[in-house]
Ligand binder design. Structure first.
Ligand SMILES: [Zn+2]
Length: 218
């Protein structure tokens, strides 16, 4: 198998969970690529850096969202293996990263390639909190704090004020890692959405619990 490693928590934990398979990082030449490459090389130095897919002209908005990015990555990854692992989670809310669409990708790529291609994630039944819990119980070091998925353009791996850092913050704090989050407005709006039940239940519960605990810490 080949595991797509982004430098973020989900794919880093997947690497441990799957007993350290071969990894590839696709350098999409996005505004985060240089920071991600430096993290990838530190965390899993054997990762192949693949420069064949430049999607810089497909980035949209503040979060540099790339439409059907996971489909494009899966298509490009078939050159490495018949079995491609992209670490999607139960609480992901992306149209091209969920169990059903990965099954459809597998059917499509199998037809196109004329050989069996599987696009899979080991984490469809786990939230980000549960993935971090698995790491803490089974690996237990602080390497997970070096991962990055931040939307800021600064050099730090963790800005503590963007939506991606928020999600990381909740998952890490739920597991006893003591981090700060500095964007009070964002805390308010996530709290609101969680109270209204916008996410999967486990995530709504984690968001309200952790924000309550954080705000009553003094
Ligand atoms: Zn951030």
């Amino acid at each position: 198998m080949i595991l797509l490693f982004s430098g973020g928590i989900d794919s880093f934990v997947a690497w441990h969970y799957l007993n350290k398979p071969k990894t590839v990082y696709f350098n999409l030449q996005s505004r985060y690529s240089l920071r991600e490459i430096s993290v990838v090389k530190k965390l899993i130095p054997t990762t192949i850096i693949d420069n064949s897919l430049n999607l810089s002209d497909r980035e949209h908005g503040d979060n540099a969202y790339i439409p059907f990015r996971n489909l494009l990555l899966a298509c490009q990854a078939v050159k490495y293996s018949n079995r491609i692992i992209i670490a999607g989670l139960l609480d992901d809310m992306v149209s091209d990263k969920n169990k059903e669409i990965f099954a459809e990708f597998s059917v499509l790529l199998t037809k196109l390639e004329g050989r069996t291609i599987l696009i899979q994630s080991p984490f469809w039944y786990m939230t980000k909190e549960q993935v971090v819990r698995w790491y803490k119980e089974n690996v237990g070091d602080d390497e997970i704090l070096k991962t990055t998925s931040c939307y800021s353009t600064g050099l730090d791996n963790y800005c503590g004020a963007c939506p991606s850092c928020f999600r990381k913050w909740i998952a890490l704090r739920s597991n006893g890692y003591d981090l700060d989050f500095w964007n009070e407005e964002m805390l308010d709006s996530y709290y609101d959405r969680a109270m209204k039940g916008k996410y999967v239940t486990a995530r709504n519960v984690a968001i309200t619990r952790e924000i309550d605990a954080y705000r009553s810490r003094y």
